[in-house]
Ligand binder design. Sequence first.
Ligand code: ADP
Ligand code: MG
Ligand code: ZN
Length: 561
Amino acid sequence: MADGRALEVLRRVFGYDNFRGQQAEIVQHVIDGGDALALMPTGAGKSLCYQIPALVREGTGVVVSPLIALMQDQVDALTELGVKAAFLNSTQDFARVREVERDFVSGELDLLYVAPERLLTDRCLSLLERGRIALFAIDEAHCVSQWGHDFRPEYLGLSALHERWPEVPRIALTATATAATRHEIAQRLGLEQAREFVSSFDRPNIRYRIVEKNEPRKQLLELLTQEHAGDAGIVYCLSRARVEETADYLVSHGIPALAYHAGLDAATRAANQARFLREDGLVMVATIAFGMGIDKPDVRFVAHLDLPKSVEGYYQETGRAGRDGLPATAWMAYGLQDVVQQRRMIDESTGDEAFKRRSAAMLEAMLGLCETVECRRTRLLAYFGEISSPCGNCDTCLEPPQAWDGTEAAQKILSAVYRLWKERGQRFGAAHVIDILRGKKTDRVAQYRHDELSVFGVGADLSDRDWRSVLRQLVAQGLLAVDHDAFATLALTEGSRAVLKGERRLMLRREPVRASRSRDSTPRARAAVTLPPQAESLFAALRAWRGEVARSHGVPAYVIF
Ligand code: ADP
Ligand code: MG
Ligand code: ZN
């Protein structure tokens, strides 16, 4: 346990009463000179895990941080607390660099933040030789992983620190960590012997919700106006173009939205980020370039308009919501197009076979989360190796979808695709195939005389929406392929045969009917029941209690009340 010094520094310098979670253990381990790999979810308080040991130990804590934009903020915040902190990065003029270097050598700095590409220069390494180092902290350590989207080649050189300063303790910190990534981090940073501290990844105040995508922007607008009016939040999109369009769309509907992507110049990015952090109720529409290391406690929602590439990315991005512990929403609109697009990106990527296989596996896990009929949180935590019971605070717990035997429906779609090809030598996209199944006499059906096919009208029992859902799930499971051409035509896959021959039964997800939600959440209904803040927090407490009861009894929360 922490000796008195750590706790004293926590209270006197940072003004907090107590350590949270594993902070105390980690801090003490590093104070005692041990190496550590700390895995804590975003917002759990990783910074203190190296800041306090740096203050307690002799010398300066050297912090490697990938985000130049955030160094200034961190150093400002520390300076305000009376901690002597500085940074070295490419934004400074030479005079300032000299000043920082002098302060480091004379032992005046408690903490020195350095960009990774800077740290490994001869100038910086010889500077470090001339001062006294309390510890090395490697923040956002997952940047060393070549599989993640945050990969920084410069991180690969950081194992050199240990060779040069074997006696200086090192702590690597990250919020991203499956067992595989964890292993990779330890290996690449030479931290195999380090003690691992793994915190629970559960963020109970975040309500997860994944909806069928039909008109994504309109659906987003509904979410923002009906459930998050006036709230700060982040909307993630896949492409720069989509970021711009979506931000414009929101602004034109009266929502204060800003854009952030790598195509904007640095000054605009910095200005938008600063506004988002400082002003209330702004919506940041961004690519995944935005968000790492952002410490804004009151982000009330994170929305995804496009499917993330991996569960880790999804967890990381949604984890930016509700860092203050108050109720927050992680919302995503997901549809067939997402599956098609992600598959195409993998196929067309320049990576080798191993990369493609791994990307495909990551996508698979993400699709599993989208299509599950189980508790989303259980699914998500299972991905990080945690076992949990249904949470009572996600869409599948609150409005359980049905699992149904979709074998026959799947066979109808697959045979339609098969017959079109076999009998007519034709391939069509999803919409037309669904029209055929439902027996719709559209112009195109007439033009191609598709009403003469034996499968015409065999699927009149299901709605368009049901068919789209079946189709999407088939594609997600690799039982049906969508071509990468402009027509997005359907084709059978290796896996289709077993379903067609009845050798494989398929359990599918049926979206819950959203009658209650749409009634409750119309603006008028909301206005009539606007609750005082005390009532809101009472409801939040009741919801949390329900989750707890559900967890302790191992039942879904919706059975409680
Ligand atoms: P992370 O890097 O893990 O995402 P940060 O280190 O940025 O998280 O900390 C998130 C927030 O939690 C910060 O505002 C920080 O001051 C606060 N915090 C950290 N530890 C404690 C603590 N023991 N008590 C109260 N607040 C804390
Ligand atoms: Mg951090
Ligand atoms: Zn749940």
